[in-house]
Design a protein around this ligand. Structure first.
Ligand code: N01
Length: 541
């Protein structure tokens, strides 16, 4: 095993440096340290492990993947040792799980917390990455692996006057650890994505009044969360291997399969009964009701129409119901939220919906939020306004490749990489679940394990062959970018023109469909084939 050293400049020298200690960083650290015996460290901006779950502590934060598939599957023992309590794990339980994993595999001793990476530069002569932290420390490593998550750069829209607001404001992705007391407060929440839809019912339960500012109306399906029965907990323990296998066979790394039947060929009455059953079962599985839902607009219209009718049947005030159900994109073309009593929340006397598409927010005043029609006095503003997704966490690290070329410039017109794993001109840099890979379209732990395993095998291969450098070839990048674009174009996903999948939520960000939409199964095969053909598309030296 190589030991960690300090060079003459005082920099710490390592075989590999991992950035991030969420699901991805923890597993990558374990693979490189315990399987390959490398000297490796993880740098983490937070004070603890958890990544996205460390930061997203907003009220109602809960995973939309079901607990029995939202975990690591690399260790059958680990799968038997851990027991989930609910159908969907809440943020505190996920944090307990990740701490359990980190402790069980003794990972924390190789994680440096409270350490934000502010620059990373490739030194060609030395074939090393020099990584600088906010505190001014330098790390030197042959391999740099970013495990920085897709949704870790909070987006607070630049509303005029925010600094003048006399109350308190919070972004859901940077929630205070001590929590926020809404009792007796007039709360305004901007944003109705997955986060806002989870948070609104919980905030409404304790606030004096909740005003939700909705720009784009959104679908949501009941999650139907519930405690897991001891029978199901027993089933998980006995069928760990089977569950793992299923998540490797399904399009999105989930525990359910997409039905073979077509919505457009199913008689209307039967189709309605199928949607009704899916609504009752709840969860992301709703989109698996018909095979053609995400590729045929006519099929999708049947699902969209069903959910819109549900919204109108739940929400009692017809005007509010009309604003909530006036949805302009196909079902699941934006990430589909699931909820616990979201639409029901609008039947509460202390909740108001404001349509900020019709009357946009003009500015924040000392008293509250001002739209083109009215001023809403508030004590607290909650920004559930999402993230500079996928590219944001990479770009803010100021990564420079060969000849000092900035990633910012290479990705000026959108992310460009090969398999979502490597960028031409940035040797020995690997990205876990970045753009160009299934990532956010997949159940994340499945995508993460596949990437970390691939990277580990690649580094092991290099060591066996005495190779020092791997880099994506420009022509392979060219082809992969075209493939990512092409595959997305065969689905309805790009039709949600304001989605963060396209970067459209951030003013000025290039509009490029970022994740690979061809499904996890196909993606895994492509990655395996590339290896079988001698790392085709990569230059190894
Ligand atoms: O963010 P979003 P999110 N003025 O970008 C609105 C994952 N996640 O945090 O649609 C007014 O989806 C914006 O409006 P519009 C999941 O992958 C997972 O909710 O741009 N409104 C939208 O309504 C998810 O997709 C889980 O018109 C503004 C909202 O803010 C991803 O995180 C739970 C605005 C942002 O929605 C992000 O979800 C939660 C402005 N200037 C999230 N700017 C679990 O699985 C933005 N908005 C647990």
């Amino acid at each position: 095993m190589t030991t960690m050293m300090t060079d003459i400049t005082g920099a710490t020298e390592l075989d590999a440096l991992v950035v991030g200690a969420g699901f991805a960083g923890l597993y990558q650290l374990l693979c490189l340290r315990d399987r390959l015996g490398l000297s490796v460290k993880a740098l983490e901006a937070g004070a603890g492990v958890g990544g996205t779950w460390y930061w997203n502590r907003y009220p109602g934060a809960r995973c939309d993947s079901e607990s029995h598939v939202y975990w690591y599957t690399f260790s059958p023992e680990l799968m038997r040792e851990w027991e989930w309590s609910e159908r969907y794990p809440g943020q505190p339980e996920i944090m307990r799980y990740l701490n359990f994993v980190a402790d069980r595999f003794d990972l924390k001793r190789d994680i440096q917390f409270n350490t934000r990476v502010v620059a990373a530069e490739y030194d060609e002569a030395a074939n090393r990455w020099r990584v600088r932290t906010e505190a001014g420390e330098t790390f030197v490593a042959k391999f740099l692996i970013t495990a920085v998550g897709c949704l870790s750069t909070a987006n607070v829209p630049k509303f005029e006057g925010l600094e003048s607001f006399a109350g308190d404001w919070y972004h859901t992705g940077q929630w205070p650890h001590e929590g926020v007391d809404f009792t007796g407060k007039r709360v305004g929440m901007i944003g109705t994505g997955s986060t806002g839809i989870q948070a609104a019912p919980v905030i409404a339960a304790s606030a004096e009044h909740l005003t939700v500012f909705q720009r784009t109306a959104n679908y949501s399906v009941p999650a139907r969360n519930a405690p897991l029965t001891s029978e199901f907990q027993g089933y998980i323990k006995e069928n760990a291997a089977g569950i793992r296998a299923v998540t490797r066979e399904t399009l999105n790394g989930m525990g359910f399969r997409i039905e073979e039947r077509l919505a457009v060929e199913t008689p209307a009455e039967e189709r309605e009964a199928i949607y009704e059953a899916a609504w009752e079962r709840g969860g992301l599985q709703f989109r698996a009701a018909f095979k053609d839902m995400m590729v045929d607009k006519a099929a999708n219209d049947t699902a969209a129409d069903f959910v819109k009718r549900k919204i109108r049947s739940i929400v009692k005030d017809p005007r509010t119901a009309a604003i909530l159900s006036d949805i302009d994109h196909p079902y699941a073309a934006k990430r589909p939220p699931i909820d616990t009593n979201y639409f029901e929340t609008y039947n509460r006397a202390n909740v108001t919906l404001v349509d900020v598409k019709a009357a946009p927010i003009q500015r924040i005043t000392p008293a509250g939020v001002c739209t083109t029609e009215a001023e809403y006095p508030l004590d607290i503003i909650v920004f559930a306004t999402g993230f500079d997704a996928m590219t944001g966490p990479m770009l803010r690290m100021n990564i420079r490749g060969r000849d000092g070329v900035a990633l910012q410039d290479v990705w000026d017109a959108g992310p460009r990489n090969y398999l979502g794993l490597q960028i031409a001109g940035f040797p020995n840099l690997f990205t876990i679940t970045g753009p160009g890979s299934p990532s956010v379209l997949c159940n994340m732990p499945v995508a993460i394990e596949q990437h970390a395993d691939w990277i580990t095998d690649c580094i092991a291969h290099m060591r066996t062959k005495g190779l020092e450098r791997i880099e994506a070839r420009p022509e392979a990048v060219e082809k992969w970018v075209a493939e990512v674009n092409d595959v997305a174009g065969k689905t309805l996903l790009p039709l949600a023109t304001h989605s963060w999948y396209l970067g459209a939520n951030i003013p000025g960000k290039p509009r490029v469909f970022m994740p690979y939409a061809g499904g996890m199964v196909r993606y895994r095969e492509i990655c395996q084939d590339v290896v079988a053909r001698g790392y085709e598309g990569f230059a190894l030296a």
